[in-house]
Design a protein around this ligand. Structure first.
Ligand code: 0RA
Length: 642
C-alpha cells in the first residue's frame, strides 16, 4: 500500500467518525445543549462565548463582541490569538477544522488544556456547528485571514486564506438550524443578562452585546474592573445597603480557587448567586454549603466574643442570611455537576476551601470593621426574633385547623377528585372571571379560587404578617401545604396551580404578586414545576360559522391567512379579547381550561426570579428606580408577561 493511499484511508476513517459524532448531536440535541427550545437556542451562543472566555482566562483576549444579526444569526468575535490553523499531527487536518468537526475537541489541543468546564457547558464549537444551518469562522493570525464554512456540520469550504490582516482573533457567525429548534428568535435581554454576568465574573474583560435586527441597533459594552464586588453592588442597586463597602474574600488551593463578595441590604430576602467555572449553579452545592456554614459560625463567634449574643440566643443560618446579597464564584478543573438540572456542584473539597476562606477572612474583616459587623449581627438578631413571632403565628393557625378540621376558604370551589397528582386549582383574578371559570370548568378535577382587589405589599411584609393576610390566607389554606419553613410539598392538594389573569397591566400585576409570593414563601412549588400561567387568547377570529382564537399577534395573522385560504376578499371579524370576565363559561373552557386544547406556560425558577425583581422594583422603598422602570417600560407594559 503506498503512503498516499494510507493517508487517504486514515482520513476517510476519521471523516466517518466525525460525521457519526455530529450525527449523534443532531439526533439527540437535548443531550448536548439541554433542550431545543429557547434555552437551547441561547445556549449555542454561550458555547461559542465560553471558548472566547477561555482565551481571555489564558490572558490573551480583552474584548469579546456578540451580535444578533438580522435574520437571527449570531456573530461572536474575540481579539485572542486566533484558533490554531496548523495541521494536527494525529489527523493531518487543520486544528481549526478539528475544533469545528470533532466532538469535545475544544481546548484540548495546541497545549491549551486550560478548559475547565462541566455540565452542559464546554461541549464545544462542534456542537454549535452540527446544529447550525450554516456556520462561518474566520481566524486572524500570522497576518492572514483564514476562513472555513460548514452546513449542518459538514464542510462546504475547506480552510482558505481570504485576505490579509494586522490583528489576531476569531470571528464566528452561525445560523441556528430551523430543523433543530422550536424557536429561532433570539431574546436580546436574555443574552444581555448572561453577558453581563460573564463580564462580572471575569474582571477586566470587556463584552459588547449588540442587536442589529432593528433600524436603531441596541448595544451595551460591559467591563467591570471590580469583578464580583461590582456584581454584588449591582444586585443591590435598587435596594438600601446596610454597609457601604462590599466584603470581598478570596483564596485558592492547588488548582482550585474561590472568591466571595457580600453586601447586606435592609430587605428580608436571601440573594445568593453561586457559580462554578462561570456556570450558574442555582441548585447550590458544596461551595454554597461551605459558605453558609462558615458565615453562621463566624457571626455567632463574633457575637459571643463581643458580648452581643448571650447564652442561648444563637442566630440560625437563615437569620444570618436575611437581607444578604452574596456572589460566590469558584473555579476548579474537575467540576462535578449533579442534581436535577446538573446545576449543583458536587466536589466536596470545595466546601472545605470556601469554609476556610470565610472562616479566616470574614473574622478578620469583622475585627477590622466593627461597625459593619454590628449592623449585620443586629440584622440577624432581629430576623431571629421575627422568625420566633412567625413560628407562634403558624402554631396558632395549625391549632385552629387541627380543631376545626381542614378549614377551606369560603370562596374555594373545590373539585371532586382528591388525588393531588390529578387535580388542578385555578387562581382567578376577579369575581366575575371566577364565576365563568366555575361554570366552565370540569369539576371532577378542577378547583377554582377567585382572588380580588389589591394584594398586600409582600416586599415590606415579614412572614408573620403574610400568614395573617386576608388575601393570601385563602391561597395558603386551599393549597394546604403550609408556608415558609413549614412548607411541605407532599401535603399540596393540587399538582397544577394555575394563575389565570388577564393579559393586561392589572393581570400582569397580579401574576407578579403571586409569583413573588410563591417564590419567597413556597419556593418548592416552583422548583417542582407545579405552577403555571394560563394563557387566555388575545384575539378571536370569526369567519361565518367558524370561530378561532389566537394567543398573540403572530398567531392571529397566521390563522387569518388560513381562514382566507389565499382569497383576499373573505370577510373575517377579528376582535381583541377584553378580559377573562368577558368570555362566557364555554369559551373560557375551550380556550383556556380544557387540557386538550389549552396552552399553559409552566413557570420556571427564572420566571419567578424575574417576577421577584420586577416586584421589588415596583413595590420597593426606593422611588427612583421604580419611576425609571415605569418610564422605560410604559410602552411594553401591555406585554409584561412571564
Ligand atoms: C488554543 C491555543 C491557541 C488559541 C486558542 C486555543 C484559541 C481558541 C479559541 C476559541 C475561540 N477563540 C479562540 N482563540 C484562541 C493559540 C495557539 C497559538 O498561539 O498559535
Amino acid at each position: 500500500m503506498s503512503d498516499e493511499t494510507k493517508v487517504e484511508q486514515e482520513y476517510g476513517a476519521n471523516q466517518i467518525q466525525v460525521l457519526e459524532g455530529l450525527e449523534a448531536v443532531r439526533k439527540r440535541p437535548g443531550m448536548y445543549i439541554g433542550s431545543t427550545s429557547a434555552s437551547g437556542l441561547h445556549h449555542l451562543v454561550y458555547e461559542i462565548v465560553d471558548n472566547a472566555i477561555d482565551e481571555a482566562l489564558a490572558g490573551y483576549c480583552k474584548h469579546i463582541t456578540v451580535a444578533i444579526n438580522p435574520g437571527d444569526s449570531i456573530t461572536v468575535t474575540d481579539d485572542g490569538r486566533g484558533i490554531p490553523v496548523d495541521l494536527q499531527p494525529q489527523t493531518g487536518r487543520p486544528a481549526l477544522e478539528v475544533v469545528y468537526t470533532v466532538l469535545h475537541a475544544g481546548g484540548k489541543f495546541g497545549g491549551g488544556g486550560y478548559k475547565v468546564s462541566g455540565g452542559l457547558h464546554g461541549v464545544g464549537a462542534s456542537v454549535v456547528n452540527a446544529l447550525s444551518q450554516w456556520l462561518q469562522v474566520q481566524v486572524h493570525k500570522n497576518g492572514e485571514i483564514y476562513q472555513m464554512r460548514f452546513a449542518r456540520g459538514e464542510i462546504t469550504q475547506e480552510m482558505t486564506v481570504v485576505g490579509k490582516t494586522d490583528r489576531t482573533g476569531t470571528v464566528v457567525t452561525f445560523q441556528p438550524d430551523p430543523e433543530m429548534f422550536d424557536t429561532l428568535v433570539y431574546d436580546y435581554e436574555i443574552l444581555h443578562t448572561r453577558m453581563r454576568e460573564e463580564a462580572f465574573l471575569n474582571a477586566g474583560l470587556a463584552i459588547t452585546i449588540t442587536d442589529r435586527r432593528t433600524d436603531t441597533p441596541l448595544s451595551d459594552t460591559m467591563c467591570y474592573e471590580g469583578g464580583i464586588r461590582e456584581f454584588a453592588r449591582w444586585c443591590n442597586r435598587n435596594k438600601t445597603p446596610l454597609h457601604n463597602d462590599v466584603i470581598y474574600m478570596r483564596g485558592s488551593k492547588g488548582d482550585a480557587s474561590a472568591e466571595i463578595a457580600i453586601q447586606y441590604n435592609d430587605g428580608y430576602n436571601e440573594f445568593l448567586l453561586s457559580f462554578a467555572n462561570d456556570v450558574h449553579t442555582p441548585e447550590g452545592g458544596m461551595h454554597e454549603t461551605g459558605f453558609k456554614t462558615a458565615l453562621t459560625r463566624v457571626l455567632n463567634a463574633y457575637g459571643v466574643k463581643h458580648g452581643i449574643i448571650k447564652g442561648e440566643d444563637k442566630v440560625s443560618g437563615e437569620d444570618c442570611r436575611e437581607g444578604i446579597t452574596a456572589i460566590l464564584s469558584v473555579k476548579l478543573t474537575d467540576a462535578q455537576f449533579e442534581g436535577q438540572t446538573k446545576a449543583k456542584l458536587g466536589n466536596a473539597y470545595i466546601r472545605t476551601l470556601v469554609d476556610n476562606i470565610v472562616t479566616d477572612q470574614l473574622a478578620t474583616y469583622f475585627e477590622e470593621h466593627p461597625q459593619t459587623a454590628k449592623v449585620i449581627l443586629d440584622k440577624a438578631m432581629t430576623a431571629n426574633r421575627a422568625r420566633e413571632a412567625a413560628r407562634k403565628a403558624r402554631d396558632s393557625i395549625r391549632r385552629k385547623t387541627a380543631l376545626g378540621g381542614a378549614a377551606m376558604p369560603d370562596k374555594l370551589r373545590d373539585c371532586n377528585e382528591s388525588d393531588p397528582s390529578l387535580t388542578e386549582i385555578y387562581i382567578v383574578e376577579g369575581d366575575s372571571a371566577g364565576g365563568s371559570a366555575t361554570q366552565g370548568r370540569d369539576s371532577r378535577f378542577q378547583a377554582i379560587l377567585p382572588l380580588w382587589g389589591k394584594m398586600l405589599n409582600v416586599e415590606k411584609a415579614r412572614e408573620d404578617k403574610i400568614i395573617g393576610n386576608d388575601k393570601l390566607q385563602p391561597v395558603i389554606a386551599a393549597l394546604g401545604a403550609g408556608i415558609g419553613e413549614d412548607f411541605d410539598v407532599s401535603k399540596l392538594r393540587y399538582h397544577k396551580v394555575v394563575i389565570m389573569a388577564d393579559a393586561d397591566v392589572d393581570g400582569s400585576h397580579i401574576r407578579t404578586l403571586l409569583l413573588t409570593f410563591f417564590f419567597r414563601f413556597m419556593r418548592p412549588l416552583i422548583e417542582h414545576g407545579y405552577v403555571y400561567a394560563a394563557m387566555p387568547p388575545l384575539f378571536k377570529l370569526v369567519k361565518g360559522k367558524t370561530t378561532r382564537y389566537a394567543l398573540d399577534e403572530a398567531q392571529r395573522d397566521e390563522i387569518a391567512a388560513q381562514l382566507r385560504g389565499g382569497n383576499p376578499n373573505v370577510k373575517i371579524d377579528i376582535s381583541r379579547n377584553k378580559g377573562l370576565g368577558e368570555m362566557d363559561p364555554h369559551e373560557l373552557w375551550e380556550t383556556t381550561m380544557d387540557p386538550q386544547t389549552r396552552t399553559m406556560k409552566r413557570i420556571t425558577l427564572e420566571d419567578a426570579v424575574r417576577a421577584d425583581e420586577i416586584f421589588t422594583l415596583l413595590m420597593g422603598e426606593k422611588v427612583e428606580p421604580r419611576r425609571d422602570y415605569i418610564e422605560q417600560n410604559a410602552r411594553f407594559a401591555e406585554n409584561l408577561d412571564y
